[in-house]
Ligand binder design. Structure first.
Ligand code: ATP
Ligand code: MG
Length: 441
């Protein structure tokens, strides 16, 4: 194996003060205890580019049990591969022991193991059942750990001991040339874990990087493999895309590669047909809106994002159902379920999100029945989901002149009769705080 490229502190510009103090604390304590302590993944990549990382991950040669001995505020999680989570007030620092190259696709993590009370006991390092790897605590060297990562720019280490960057995978060169390159053979790595294709498009779009040609070709060739990925994981990836600040660009790139069509075949077929094609500006504007929100530091509810993204498609299905005689409100709820629970989608949209989308679109029907100032309207304004429904209406009004008038009526300050207390309807889990401001533009 080749020697790594090592960049000493001064030339690379990543200084320890740039690292969040919690991560820095974990790094220094590990180092003081005599272990290798590296910042890794997106944290190094983003700091080298002068960006603020989303999170800081740490790689070390300390075993999870050893990390736990150093930090009182530490829990060991995971069964197939154990990780140490070091808890601070606001953040968790994930600390992983260097992993060997030998690996199975992450989906294997779902293979059930008999329950074990304690996960912090020394573990037999490797176990299979029926040929499936169920536990592969085969720890590796730093180099192996770097090579099992997805892209070269994600395979860099920052060593706290001497402030150097350790590069086993030629990541520094790619970072400089703004190229996203798969570590190893792209096709093999994408087949191993197809979610990497989605990550490639998101990360390249976020950073404004070119995807290296072989990887681009492999995505076009392998996108069908996504069918074997976990639907929950793909939903999580989709949320990351919607909130990455470059959602529109990811959509365009993934459409071009056929990846979007693989994940949402029904929606994509509709977008390609004449009716849906006419609504493409809406879909693109919704994605651009997510990017604007991100830029403004706002975090919309996933349900609002799903409502906006799939809105015209859902409304089209609802209109067809209503034309067959179904009452408008019922038709809307059914359309939400038809579209979002479509089994051909490769993402599993959680029930709570579908339920909140029902509310947002159901309230649209109810808003059409009032001018926004009646007692009925006042009750509606106090319904859960109303704020998001109003954002949706304002967004629709910005595209469809027919809805603009209704949106203006509802956006006008209400004459509050002050009769109503804000009673919660069903207690209902929210994934994230709602967007607090209506969309601009
Ligand atoms: P961001 O946190 O900004 O979304 P990231 O690259 O840090 O980007 P994480 O999901 O935080 O992404 O993962 C941390 C690191 O773990 C990655 O940089 C990469 O080295 C490795 N990694 C994550 N997912 C995979 C995967 N599917 N296959 C191989 N390595 C992965
Ligand atoms: Mg990260």
């Amino acid at each position: 194996m080749d020697d790594p490229v090592i960049l000493n502190e001064s030339p690379h510009g990543l200084r320890r003060e740039m690292i969040a103090h919690e991560a820095l604390r974990v790094l220094t304590r590990l180092d003081e205890a005599g272990y290798k302590a590296y910042l890794c993944g997106g944290g190094v990549r983003d700091l080298l580019m002068g960006r603020t990382p989303k999170d800081f991950d740490i790689a070390t040669d300390a075993r999870p049990e050893e990390v736990k001995r150093i930090f009182r505020n530490c829990r060991i999680i995971g069964r197939r591969f154990k990780l140490a989570h070091v808890f601070f007030r606001d953040v968790i620092i994930e600390t992983a022991t260097f992993r060997a190259l030998l690996d199975a696709a992450p989906e294997a993590e779902e293979v059930p193991l008999p329950s074990r009370r304690r996960t912090d006991v020394p573990d037999p390092t490797f176990a299979t059942r029926g040929g499936v790897i169920v536990r592969d605590n085969v720890y590796g060297t730093p180099e192996e750990d770097a090579r099992r990562r997805d892209f070269t720019i994600n395979g860099l280490f920052y060593s706290i001991a001497d402030g150097s960057i350790i590069d086993y995978v030629d990541g520094l060169k790619d970072l400089e040339h703004r190229v996203l390159r798969v570590i190893g053979d792209p096709e093999t790595r994408f087949r191993e874990d197809p979610v990497r294709m989605v990550r490639a498009l998101r990360i390249a779009s976020q950073l404004d990087f070119e995807i290296e040609r072989h990887a681009r070709e492999a995505i076009i060739k392998c996108c069908g493999e996504l069918k074997s990925s976990s639907r929950d994981r793909l939903h999580e990836e989709m949320l990351k895309i919607l909130n990455c600040g470059r959602a529109l660009r990811v959509f365009e790139r993934s459409w071009q590669k056929g990846l979007f069509q693989t994940i949402y075949p029904g929606f994509s077929a509709w977008l390609q047909a004449s009716e849906g094609h006419a609504h493409l500006p809406w879909v693109k504007k919704a994605l651009r809106q997510f990017d604007v929100w991100k830029e403004a530091g706002l975090k919309p509810m996933p349900a609002l994002q799903h409502a906006l993204l799939f809105g015209p498609y859902i409304e089209g299905v609802a209109i067809a159902l209503a034309a067959e005689g179904m009452p408008e409100f019922e038709a809307t709820l059914q359309a939400v379920n038809t579209v979002l629970r479509d089994k051909t989608n490769l993402t599993q949209i959680p029930k709570a999100v579908v339920f909140d989308v029902e509310r947002i679109l159901g309230i649209q029907v109810q808003m059409r029945k009032s001018s926004g100032q009646s007692k009925y309207a006042s009750r509606l304004r106090h319904r859960n989901g109303f704020d998001e429904a109003l954002i949706y209406l304002k967004f629709a009004g910005g595209i469809d002149p027919a809805r603009k008038e209704l949106a203006d009526l509802w956006m006008a300050p209400a004459h509050e009769p002050a009769l109503h207390s804000r009673k919660p309807e069903h207690a209902h889990p929210r994934e994230q705080a709602p967007a607090s401001k209506p969309p601009q533009g």
